[in-house]
Design a protein around this ligand. Sequence first.
Ligand code: GDP
Length: 366
Amino acid sequence: MTDRYCVGCGAPIQTTDPEKAGYTPASVLNNDTILCKRCFRLKHYNDIQDVSMTDSDFLAMVSQIRDKPGLVVHLVDIFDADGTMISSLPRIVGNKRVLLAANKTDLLPKSVNRNSLTKWLRSAAKEAGIAVEGVYLISSQKGYGITELSTAIEEERAGQDVYIVGTTNVGKSTFINQLIRNTTGDSNVITTSYFPGTTLGFIEMPLDNETAMIDTPGIVNMQQIAHYVSDHDLKIIKPKKEMKPRVYQLNSQQTLYFGGLARIDFVKGERQSFVCYFANDLTIHRTKLENADNLLTKHKGELLSPPDEKTLQTLPELTAQTHKLPQEDIDIVLPGLGWVAVPGGGVTVTVHTPKGFQTSLRKSLI
Ligand code: GDP
């Protein structure tokens, strides 16, 4: 099968994994020319779909663009900035300028301070080894911030190609469709401007006669909790509507469980409010610290759910880390799940998260 290539994107044709590049149903293999499913949908339905690749496939593919000039737009999911930020992006894509676009901001509560959020994203990017030219808060679904970002792209690209980069599920397809609609005002542009025969295996959309916007395949980052939970649980932990903060007044020696996926023990300090920002469907359960271990052992997968049975087989065990919070408004960020604001800070907490998913602290966004 490897001697056949998609005439659209150039990916080697395969019939085994619909999620990966070059997938085609076996029924069309006898056609003279073959379009992979992704290019077929693009051509006939004007719809961009994402494909995923392993890190090494992705690296091999993306390394082809390392020495070409261009601007990178790195899309991250605002609810999993740590899990969706591609560490050391410059090593992968070369020394290109990077704009960071944080997607799904429509789900944030109105009370979130956008300046603080932008600052935090910039520093999170820096920590991941990415110096960004600008941070843009967008919603691909609602179209928020897209015009501003389009303008920035046009300015920053200085007549060069634009590479769109992101991990799977950050909303890259939704973003590109939105961006194109916004730029051209014509939702048919993908179909009409679509041209076959590129060799990189990327989907390219011409921006003018010489340059293009290039959709790179979504990278699978095993730092995303989404890869360790069942589809059923993923639906529960992913916010679908604007999050409603849930406030708990806790005394020390009390615990909050977020389903059974994470837990915060209030170890030491005066009575304190804990403001929880999670998907509205994720159950939060309060208990006494002394009962907390028992509760998990007895009720994991039932009262404390997610995890469901399937998730329990793949999700790493919880491990604990103790933090003495500085005396200011602090957010405890639980990667891929949400965050808990602790106004005034100054208390000691122990945070339990699945092994490998480290909590981070930031100045509160509220
Ligand atoms: P891709 O895998 O990166 O191409 O991601 P998709 O574009 O397929 O989007 C992944 C999921 O996120 C889909 O369920 C989208 O509906 C959803 N999504 C994408 N962008 C947004 C957004 O701005 N806001 C919200 N609430 N959901 C979004």
